[in-house]
Write a protein that binds this ligand. Structure first.
Ligand code: G3P
Length: 218
């Protein structure tokens, strides 16, 4: 499973990049707004910080403008994945950009029907939002399971399932059990994934007992 970091905060990305476990980054207009930074500057900085795909989302909703915006975003760096919304115009934009070799991440996916259309439009990634489905008492993981089952029937579909709107480490575990390709995870959830109280207690006990030996390895 690949891990992307779902943030536009440079310091948080840098800290997690140092673990060697980060395979990419996703941003969206809300995360860019939260960063308080110039869109092009922060995306350019992120794309130089990580080698993997960095998602940068178009701002318009009409085909002509989304296509122009997507082409401009793709010029920022070779690892840019242009994010477009799962709408008729967004998929039309996805098809053209993908046909011209641009990575496209189709976002705001909430149904299996939408995911099928995104794969047919040549999306590199499809981003189903599990947390927002859970928020309205739908089971977001059921959607991930449906999409993975459907995609497995069509070897010519090359779209990777990028689980988004992740709210907890359990979302990551459930997505991995299903076999999703990628999870884009808020930094806070990634930090939670490292931690377990029994690990902390066990390490404290090992450290204490090692000190009692009076020995050193170096
Ligand atoms: O960036 C796309 C997705 O991860 C947004 O998640 O928490 O705003 O539903 P959230």
């Amino acid at each position: 499973m690949k891990f992307f970091v779902d943030t536009a905060e440079i310091d948080e990305i840098r800290e997690l990049e140092n673990t060697g476990l980060v395979d990419g980054v996703t941003t969206n207009p809300s995360l860019i707004n939260k960063s308080g930074r110039n869109f092009f500057e922060v995306v350019r900085e992120i794309s130089s910080l990580v080698d993997g795909p960095v998602s940068a989302e178009v701002a318009s909703t009409d085909f002509d403008t989304m296509l122009k915006e997507g082409q401009k975003l793709a010029e920022i760096a070779t690892n840019i994945a242009v994010k477009v919304p799962l709408t008729r115009a967004g998929l039309r934009t996805c098809k053209l950009l993908s046909d011209n070799g641009t990575m496209v991440n189709v976002t705001l996916c909430f149904s299996a029907n939408q995911a099928i259309l995104a794969a047919k439009a040549g999306a590199r990634f499809i981003s189903p939002f599990v947390g927002r489905l859970d928020d309205i008492a739908n089971d977001g993981m059921d959607l991930i399971s449906d999409i993975c089952d459907i995609y497995a029937n069509y070897p010519n579909f090359s779209t990777e399932v990028l689980v988004a709107s992740v709210r907890s480490p359990m979302h990551v575990v459930e997505a991995a059990k299903i076999g999703a390709d990628v999870a884009t995870v808020p930094p806070s959830v990634l930090h939670q994934m490292f931690s377990h109280p029994l690990t902390d207690k066990g390490l404290a006990d090992f450290t204490s007992d090692w000190e009692k030996t009076g020995q050193s390895i170096l």
